[in-house]
Design a protein around this ligand. Structure first.
Ligand code: ATP
Length: 234
């Protein structure tokens, strides 16, 4: 039984339909990557699961309960946390204050606390009293991940965590994913870089124009399959 599931999920922005009947599953302790080109609907899928966008109340289930009708804060309280695209830190707050925001409204028993987040990203311990504005893009991304972890989520949704970062920084951030998994979280990772997604995921879904066009384990998918699912077969 899947821990989290979407069934026939649709999403609209006004008259524009961005998702058309998306079915995905995330198992316990599984890492799933969502790949696809710009505009494929990956962010919309994350926002729909996280309750930022309204959808059919029955379209999203978590732990055998429909959560599609819940508000974003209620979904977070159930244990689904999102690392949003663009990081969204509070720039005037320090690293530590930004991390502590992740604990508000949650009972935070579990592996993740300030110490374990600083162990995961040691540079953040050095910068703990610096404001968000004084951080590099990579450090800001680490804070955004750490802040989500501070709520000890059962599911972590990561939207394009490598966006706009240098390759060496991306490597540092992706090194954290297996450790987050080992600590017990299930993860959905949105990623435009196919190789990165393949390296980190147990299973991959490819989206194009609001639909899932391919899914499978990284080993089971050929380069051609992925190319066709990503760009369309011509
Ligand atoms: P990207 O990598 O660019 O973030 P994506 O796969 O995450 O792409 P979405 O951001 O989910 O794609 O966008 C899916 C579709 O919905 C696109 O056609 C986009 O233009 C449209 N869209 C996204 N956000 C809005 C919005 N706030 N209002 C109207 N249309 C939107």
């Amino acid at each position: 039984m899947a821990l989290l599931q979407t069934q026939n999920l649709t999403a609209h922005y006004g008259d524009f339909q961005a998702l058309f009947g998306v079915d995905i599953e995330l198992g316990k302790a599984e890492t799933v990557a969502i790949i696809g080109a710009n505009g494929a609907g990956k962010t919309t899928l994350m926002r729909s699961i996280a309750g930022v966008l309204q959808n059919d109340p029955r379209a999203v289930s978590f732990d055998n309960k429909n959560i599609g009708a819940l508000a974003a804060d209620e979904i977070m309280a159930q244990g689904v946390a999102m690392v949003p695209e663009g990081r969204k830190l509070f720039p005037s707050l320090t690293v530590e204050e930004n991390l502590l925001i992740g604990t508000y409204g949650r009972k935070t028993d579990g592996h993740w606390n300030l110490k374990t987040v600083y162990d995961l990203f040691p540079i953040l311990a050095e910068r703990r009293h610096n404001p968000g504005t004084a951080l590099s893009g990579g450090q800001q991304q680490m804070v955004a991940i750490g802040r989500a972890l501070m709520s000890n989520p059962r599911v972590l949704l990561c939207d394009e965590i490598s966006l706009g970062l240098a390759p060496v920084v991306i490597k540092d951030i992706y090194k954290a994913i297996p450790q987050i998994k080992a600590a017990g979280a299930s993860m959905i990772v949105v990623e435009q870089d196919i190789a990165q997604a393949m390296a980190v995921a147990d299973r991959v879904y490819c989206m194009m124009e609001g639909r899932v066009t391919l899914s499978g384990t990284p080993d089971s998918l050929s380069r051609d399959d992925i190319h066709n699912a990503y760009f369309g077969a011509n």
